[in-house]
Design a protein. Structure first.
Length: 240
């Protein structure tokens, strides 16, 4: 699975999308007597005396108020987003392991056998190649392109590029290793099988096979057999 979204397409999508503030309400009472006019705008699951309503916050509140004579009790959950332009992704589309607490926006491509750990955030237009590990609390920004069989360590930031519109996306090529809490800045390209040390701040491109460390990151050597041993992937973590 792949996705190609230029900056203009992302901006246009956000600008033209209907902004939503979605809420869910639990209602109890004489629900068969409720005037369900306009309920086509909601997702409703109910019986004769109890149900749930999910829809635009203001419309849900107005609906409950309009039918107060038949609704004996209710609770409206606070909205989880306000004027949101991009929905969350339908995780059922991915042949991947996605752990609870990961936040993945719509229009994200995730390849087979990818692992996305708790707390990871992947923004619109990003692409994750097959067999890659996105570890805990990693941030993958908008339009970032991560190749196959990479490891992006816990707490790392792969910067997104939405604006300025002319900017190129951040790219991490196949089999690269990014250590915990490293930061890859906007528009940087990390070459194939390159290694970024934990905590490094990468401000310029990294050639394939290079090992970089520090802030700002500098090349310290070429990856060798010892490096590959320390950064070797574990297939058992990726097999579904």
């Amino acid at each position: 699975m792949s996705i190609e979204m230029n900056t203009e397409a992302v901006i246009r999508l956000i600008k033209e999308s209907k902004k939503k503030t979605i809420a869910r309400a639990f209602v109890a009472g004489e629900l068969d007597a409720v005037d369900w006019t306009g309920a086509a705008d909601f997702v409703v699951v109910r019986g004769p005396s109890f149900g749930t309503i999910r829809g635009e916050y203001a419309a849900v509140v107005e609906f409950i108020g309009r039918n107060a004579a038949h609704i004996a009790n209710y609770e409206v959950e606070p909205p989880c987003a306000r004027n949101s332009a991009v929905p969350m992704a339908d995780l059922s589309q991915y042949d991947a392991r996605i752990e609870p607490g990961a936040i993945i926006r719509d229009m994200v491509a995730i390849g087979s056998n990818v692992v996305v750990m708790m707390g990871a955030v992947i923004n619109i237009g990003a692409s994750i190649g097959a067999g890659t590990m996105i570890d805990m609390n990693t941030v993958v920004g908008g339009r970032a392109q991560i190749g196959e069989r990479c490891h992006i360590g816990a707490g790392a930031v792969v910067a997104g590029v939405i604006e300025p519109a002319s900017a190129t996306p951040t790219v991490i090529e196949d089999e690269a290793f990014v250590g915990a809490n490293a930061v890859i800045l906007e528009g940087v390209r990390i070459g194939r099988k390159a290694v970024v040390a934990a905590g490094a701040v990468v401000t310029t491109d990294v050639r394939p096979g290079a090992v970089v460390a520090g802030s700002p990151a500098r090349e310290i050597k070429t990856a060798d057999a010892k490096t590959e041993e320390k950064t070797a992937l574990v297939d058992d973590l990726r097999n579904l």
